[in-house]
Design a protein around this ligand. Structure first.
Ligand code: CA
Length: 462
């Protein structure tokens, strides 16, 4: 009997090892662009800028037709994405001050970032590109769960190496001069020789190769600042667009093309290392196309900064070979907040129960295991402008600016993606119900906890 028990135990042990091998935790790569328009990728119908590599993520995975971010500008959108929580829950209501001496202008340290969560599952984590979650030492990426940082701390940057003349933010003497700081590797400024987007792509490929060499599970947050202004592109990429006459659009196209090359190099590195099936790769923009960068939001109303679709609906796709089906589109609304919840579910990491996630694990919805919609409601708030929006089914209630606050407009996005026909008088009950839902959600939120960008002039003291 004892012998049979031992054999049985061996069998159990063998079987559990086999199961573990079958369910290896995936590597995670999130590629985020900056101010890219909804219609500026091939998988959303872009004609004048080929994006074959970005499209591969969608074609070999799933494209989200209605993929949203939680805010229509950079900082709050990234704070939501990095925590998986509506950023107004912790007072990140707008872009924070860039003042490096300010220890509250950033992502509150009580909040857990995606990188901190993944550290608990022994991931090696990197951010390459734009941080924008605070410039003070307490907010440094290496203090917020990342093992490797290669990029810049503020919200935007020059692209040509010769423009990066300041050693650090303490040398900034006027507004926007933070676009000229040197790139930082971990904590030290470094000289770069390449066009910035290429430098980030190089760093990304190097990071992936090193993880493979070290046999290390990894998460890479590749946060390109392209195609955010300033519109700057190298000849290598500009020369691809002889047929685009508009100079701004041509430069924008070149900047997107550089990102696409980088995505291609990341995908090639994964394939070369045999990691295609062991890696979740997500592509999205941090908000919709902006007024100043010649982007294209297609039929969507509004731009970066707006709570209309053009501000918050973004190019968004996910690939996980062997797990989610290839080449489909997913129709129900999803949120950038879902990325954190999806990752947490795959890695079985415990999150702080006092800071519950607002997103959901998308994998059951993408594999067809769950045919329902991931979200009953999606919410947006722009506290500084008293603007609000809520999405429920096909309906969206939106007050895009202060003047609209008294009379939010109701749209049916299934027949009116351009948000042109206000249905308030026809659908008074839905209007009222959505307003009530939003009011309840709003009660859970905080006021802004830090000085906003443009509210101070710290640089004048330098
Ligand atoms: Ca942005």
């Amino acid at each position: 009997m004892k012998k049979i028990g031992t054999i049985f135990n061996f069998f159990i042990l063998f079987f559990s090892l086999f199961l573990n091998a079958q369910h290896n935790k995936p590597n995670i790569i999130i590629i985020m662009t900056d101010d890219m328009g909804y219609a500026d990728v091939g998988f959303n119908g872009c004609k004048d800028i080929p994006t074959p590599n970005i499209d591969r993520i969608a074609n070999e995975g799933i494209r989200f037709d209605e993929g949203y971010v939680s805010f229509p500008v950079c900082g709050p959108s990234r704070a939501g994405f990095l925590t998986g929580r509506y950023q107004d829950r912790f007072g990140f209501t707008t872009n924070p001050s860039i003042d490096p001496n300010n220890p509250i202008a950033g992502l509150p340290i009580e909040e857990e970032t995606m990188a901190q969560v993944l550290k608990k599952a022994n991931y090696n984590t990197a951010i390459i590109g734009k941080w924008h979650m605070g410039t003070n030492a307490v907010f440094h990426p290496l203090e917020r769960g990342f093992d490797y940082f290669y990029g810049f701390l503020s919200g935007g940057h020059h692209y040509f190496p010769e423009k990066l003349t300041l050693n650090n933010l303490s040398e900034v003497k006027k507004k926007w001069q933070w676009y000229s700081t040197k790139i930082i590797e971990n904590r030290a400024p470094v000289e770069i020789k390449e066009y910035l987007t290429d430098a980030f792509s190089n760093a990304a490929v190097n990071f992936i190769d090193k993880q493979v060499k070290d046999d290390q599970q990894f998460m890479l947050y590749l946060a390109y600042n392209a195609p955010h202004t300033p519109l700057q592109a190298s000849e290598k990429y500009l020369s691809r667009f002889p047929n685009i006459k508009d100079k701004k659009r041509k430069t924008y196209a070149a900047m997107v093309s550089a990102v696409d090359d980088g995505v291609g190099r990341v995908l090639a590195a994964l394939k070369e290392q045999g990691l295609d099936e062991d890696t979740i790769i997500v592509f999205l923009s941090d908000n919709g196309g902006a007024r100043n960068n010649a982007s294209d939001n297609g039929p969507l109303r509004g731009l970066k900064g707006d709570l209309f679709e053009g501000g918050v609906r973004v190019p968004f796709a996910i690939r996980w070979k062997g797990v989610i089906p290839e080449g489909n589109s997913y129709k129900n609304p999803v949120s950038s907040l879902d990325i954190m919840a999806t990752i947490v579910a795959q890695t079985n990491v415990k999150i702080n129960p006092e800071r519950p996630l607002d997103g959901v694990d998308l994998i059951p919805f993408l594999t067809g295991k769950n045919n329902g919609a991931p979200h009953d409601y999606l919410f947006w708030r722009k506290r500084e402008q008293n603007a609000m929006a809520i999405r429920h089914g096909n309906y969206k209630l939106v007050a895009n600016k202060k003047q609209d606050q008294e009379t939010p407009k109701l749209f049916d996005l299934s027949i009116d993606v351009s948000e042109s026909k206000n249905l308030k008088s026809e659908k008074l009950k839905i209007h009222k119900d959505l307003q009530k839902e939003w009011n309840n959600w709003n009660k859970e939120l905080k006021e802004r906890v830090f000085p906003a960008l443009g509210e101070d002039n710290w640089w004048s003291k330098n």
